[in-house]
Ligand binder design. Sequence first.
Ligand code: ATR
Length: 279
Amino acid sequence: MEYRFGLIGYPVTHSLSPWIHSEFLQKAGVNGSYTLYEIKPDDTFDNKMEELKRENLNGFNITSPYKKTIIPYLDDLDKRAEAIGAVNTVVNENDKWVGYNTDGDGYLRSLTSVFPSVLTAVNKKIVILGAGGAARAILYTLFEQGFKNIDIANRSILSAVELKNAYNMKNTRTLSLLDAERTLGEYDIIIQTTSVGMGISEDEKIVEVNNLPNSSIVSDIIYKPVKTSFLQQAEKSGAQIHYGHSMLLYQAQYAFELWTGIRVPLEKMELDLLKKLEG
Ligand code: ATR
């Protein structure tokens, strides 16, 4: 059998997914390909979906800005993707497109690959910085996993409150970024989910990090740069850090698993991806 996978989004030309999935295919010992389908903002999405249906792929990923746009084109939606309200993976199940979201699971898998004890430490105090799509996926997965003490800090308090209400999270506090900055030391796990610190805003930090206990874990889901200014500061201030490229790999691992039933081991690939990202 020859698997055919792909990615839709805009832009997608610099995506690491073709490299990741061809490595997976090779490691899993199966044949296949992974093709980029760029859908430009002025393309008619309807027509593009008709073309994609005709391609009859075994599965495909969806990246920005189409993770919500894809939903009406699906035949079925996994419960988790429905709750998150975004789809990053479609599986072709008997000619039906079924939508999943592997972002939250990918995050949790990546975090627990480095810190396995977190999985059972559901009483840990967690703060999520940001209230966008990535925050939503991660928050839902953590909540589903049994973590109850999760606060949300965001520039727009309204978005943080909306997110809290969407999941009916009674214990959750919503904070301004300034309040979060002042109280970071109270949290066991700090998860940075915004785009601040990525690419051209490389020198920026969503909040300043000072004096964290060395038991605290600080995650940043940004993977370019690998070690964001936020992570650098967190490390200096005494915390243990968790990198974004690891989430990138694990969300892809889960997507590949949904398509093929094979869970590819990632240990060595993390290092290869790191080298690729660092050029
Ligand atoms: P994604 O789907 O990748 O998570 P998103 O939905 O656009 O992206 O969410 C972006 C997040 O980054 C939001 O939490 C946003 O804060 P607001 O809700 O206040 O807009 C946050 N964000 C983006 N740029 C920011 C900035 N310069 N300062 C603070 N927060 C920022």
